[in-house]
Design a protein around this ligand. Sequence first.
Ligand code: AMP
Ligand code: ZN
Length: 114
Amino acid sequence: MENCLFCRIVNREIPSSIVYEDDLILGFKDIEPQAPVHVLLIPKIHVSSLNDLGKEHGELIARLTSVIPQVAEKMGVKDSGYRVVVNCGEDGGQTVFHLHYHILGGRALENQFG
Ligand code: AMP
Ligand code: ZN
């Protein structure tokens, strides 16, 4: 989608530090990391938020989910532990409206739900 930051990252119009890629998914380092490991995992197709997922996205969501431990392993946090966060909408704190999973690790994270 034009003017979507993460679509532009998928299309290599904006540089990013890519840590994972397959035909459906891209993983790259968050530009403002909140932990030593902070990766964003996104579908390559534009989906604005969790609210826009439907049955047609079943394979995509299965892939997104199964890739999480692979990324965690690559980033060295699979065994130490990590957190996966998806913000949805204004109250959820979503600022980029292209669905993304935050994968955070590399330190003991606070028990914090806002
Ligand atoms: P959210 O608040 O859940 O929508 O998360 C958006 C995330 O995108 C934030 O953690 C930002 O730091 C991150 N972000 C914004 N611009 C970029 C960029 N150009 N490259 C990597 N991460 C970005
Ligand atoms: Zn997009």
